[in-house]
Design a protein around this ligand. Structure first.
Ligand SMILES: O=P(O)(O)O[C@H]1O[C@H](CO)[C@@H](O)[C@H]1O
Ligand SMILES: O=c1cc[nH]c(=O)[nH]1
Length: 233
């Protein structure tokens, strides 16, 4: 048996699944950091692999960009493949001047503009929150590897491009650390289905200062984030 958007058979995917937006980041990590990695999904080019990290079985599955695409993979991973720990490994734009390129955020919660949530919660606002156990483990793993992390809230948006001026000013004042496009729906669905979720994010852009990284760097150069997430397997 497989699902609509994943051709893996039940049993091909580990209980802990890392979730980059970029399927080529999944491939790069599988090739450079996992042992005996096997590709289980090529449907729509949304690559997924299962392998071993320090002897522990782990999968890594691209989600695509945005909450619509992510919700499809998260739903299928949980309901068909019985995934138990879903850990996003993504990039984000910092909206705080002092959080610079390459730094790692552990998302405690996600605000956002997820349409699926607005409909589902009938206009009420749900506080999408990380699993505390995964958050604590990630924090401790980072500390033991001497990797500095920032713990706090992120904003998940479905619109990467937007012409509003000072769009992020109020969110910056509200203490949001970074902006990305998937965490709000990941945390919401994980709680609904009774599984654990966390987002580990690397700052690829600083939206306030305008600094950014290349697409190759976004695909390949986020070692600290990957090491923290893989320790959770
Ligand atoms: O690098 P990924 O994981 O794709 O994450 C970020 O990058 C994409 C936008 O460029 C969005 O998916 C955003 O959340
Ligand atoms: O600015 C950014 C950078 C990464 N991802 C986003 O969604 N926004």
């Amino acid at each position: 048996m497989s699902s609509i958007h994943l051709e893996a058979k039940v049993g091909d995917i580990a209980e802990t699944v890392l979730l980059p937006g970029d399927p080529l980041r999944a491939k790069h990590v599988a090739e450079t950091m996992l042992d005996d990695a096997v590709c289980y999904n090529r449907v729509r080019g949304m690559l997924g692999f299962t392998g071993y990290y320090n002897g522990n079985r782990v999968s890594i599955q691209g989600t695509g960009m945005g909450m619509g695409s992510t919700s499809i993979y998260v739903n299928e991973l949980i309901t068909t493949y019985k995934a138990k720990n879903l850990i996003r490994v993504g990039t984000c734009g910092s909206i705080q001047e002092d959080i610079n390129l390459g730094q790692v955020l552990l998302a405690m919660s996600a605000s956002g503009d997820c349409d699926a949530n607005s409909l589902y919660f009938e206009g009420m606002q749900y506080a999408a929150t990380a699993d505390f156990d995964l958050l604590l483990k990630a924090y401790n793993a980072a500390k033991s590897m001497n990797i500095k992390t920032y713990q706090g809230s992120v904003f998940s948006t479905n619109t990467f491009y937007d012409t509003r001026e000072n769009r992020w000013e109020k969110w910056k004042k509200q203490g949001i650390l970074g902006v990305e496009m998937e965490t709000q729906i990941l945390f919401t669905l994980a709680k609904r289905f009774g599984v654990k979720a966390l987002s580990v994010l690397t700052v690829s852009d600083n939206i306030i200062t305008g600094e950014g990284t290349s697409s190759l760097e976004r695909e390949q150069s986020f070692n600290d984030m990957m090491k923290i997430a893989l320790e959770l397997a």
